[in-house]
Write a protein that binds this ligand. Structure first.
Ligand SMILES: [Zn+2]
Length: 271
């Protein structure tokens, strides 16, 4: 285990997956990996000697001062694709690895805009019952930093309520749709009772990450095994970012203009 003095510098790779499928729709295919690829990634994690944790286990350990495993790696899924349960979860279970699945509550039992099947409520219950952490990913997947405050509150609270009612478990972690958040969004998520929230940032996380702006690394269809190997070893990406990059802020302003033009933010944008 790592001593308290060293703990703050440990980079924590938090991998973000969407679909794990040989037959993803064109909507999600840039963000999908095949089952064979996913299994190879898990083997890279196992071979590195890393220990997997859920996001809430990581945050609880940090909050309580419990020592982290020497090499923590987190595996997360966004949106709630059916293959998270049917394909990814068994491959993780074979290796006794933990996962956190962030679910769009309003998409449960339906299909993605590309037609990919999403988990039903009973399937989400099955996943939760297997030990996976279920987190919130909003109700309809809008870009939360560009919609009115009352809608942000609804998206965040309705998602938490529905998931908790259906799973009977407390939903403690949130992931911002598309990875986008703002100081206001982060406050709303905290006020709704979540104890952590993940963004994307394409950076390694660290114990210094703000609890409502946890960095993740998005795994794309084009992400190479060597990239995964580097991330798992704590290399190949910046470590955390306390402040948003100017680029991110500029991109948000551009998207606000898009909204004024009448472009409705909806979950038709992947990730
Ligand atoms: Zn998403």
């Amino acid at each position: 285990m790592t001593g308290p003095g060293e703990r703050v510098t440990v980079p924590v790779p938090i991998l973000l997956y969407h679909s794990v499928s040989d037959t993803p729709s064109s909507f999600i295919s840039p963000y999908a990996v095949t089952p064979a690829t996913f299994a190879r990634h898990l083997d890279v994690i196992a071979e590195s000697g890393a220990a997997t944790l859920t996001v809430s286990d990581l945050r609880s350990a940090l909050a309580s001062g419990t020592a982290l495993p020497q090499r923590p790696v987190l595996v997360t899924f966004d949106d709630g694709y059916l293959d998270t349960l049917t394909t990814a979860a068994p491959l993780l279970a074979e290796r006794a690895m933990a996962m956190t699945a962030y679910v769009i509550s309003g998409a449960v039992g339906g299909v993605s805009p590309g037609g990919d099947p999403m988990m039903s409520w009973s399937q989400i219950g099955e996943l939760a019952g297997s030990g996976a952490e279920i987190g919130g990913h909003s109700h309809t997947h809008p870009e939360l930093d560009t919609v009115p405050a009352h809608r942000v509150r609804d998206e965040v609270a309705v998602c938490k309520d529905r998931l908790e009612q259906q799973t009977g478990q407390q939903v403690r972690s949130f992931a911002y749709p598309h990875g986008y958040s703002s100081p206001r969004t982060r406050r709303v998520v905290e006020q709704a009772g979540y104890s952590s929230a993940c963004s994307v940032k394409n950076a390694l996380s660290s114990p210094l990450d703000p609890p409502y702006a946890i960095s993740r690394l998005m795994v794309m269809a084009t992400t190479s095994d060597e990239t995964i190997r580097g991330w798992v070893a704590g290399n190949g990406a910046p470590v955390g970012q306390d402040e948003e990059r100017l680029l991110t802020r500029g991109w948000r302003a551009w998207r606000r203009i898009g909204v004024r033009w009448g472009r409705t933010p909806h979950w038709a944008h992947a990730c």
